[in-house]
Design a binder for this molecule. Structure first.
Ligand SMILES: Nc1ncnc2c1ncn2[C@@H]1O[C@H](COP(=O)(O)OP(=O)(O)OP(=O)(O)O)[C@@H](O)[C@H]1O
Ligand SMILES: [Mg+2]
Length: 92
């Protein structure tokens, strides 16, 4: 089974195309390195997979759940560790 499926994913920020129609799959139990140069769209893609950002076009599934249609099921399927500790930001 593919635990992650990304199909023709596109993200545009106003005029800028940050993710330009990428597709890949990660199978259950597989170690997968998601690499690319600065600005390639890695963080944008991961944020879509974590349901923190919506895609402009294409599909993303985690654990079989559609990130756009079933974000609660996606969130219940994952754990996320942020790259930086952001205790400096006020959240209220
Ligand atoms: N909120 C935003 N608004 C506008 N443009 C953005 C936004 N976030 C990212 N971008 C732009 O989208 C493109 C992809 O950025 P992203 O942060 O996804 O790349 P990345 O692969 O994670 O880069 P890095 O290796 O530097 O972490 C870049 O051109 C970036 O400037
Ligand atoms: Mg990044």
């Amino acid at each position: 089974m593919s635990i992650i499926q990304v199909q023709n994913l596109v993200k545009k920020y106003n005029g800028l195309t940050a993710v330009d129609g990428i597709s890949f799959e990660v199978r259950q139990g597989e170690s997968f390195g998601f690499l690319g140069p600065n600005g390639a769209g890695k963080t944008t893609t991961i944020n879509i997979l974590c349901t923190l950002l919506s895609a402009t076009d294409g599909k993303a599934f985690v654990n079989g759940y559609d990130c756009a249609k079933n974000p609660s099921d996606v969130r219940a399927s994952i754990g996320l560790v942020f790259q930086e500790d952001r205790r400096d930001i006020e959240c209220g």
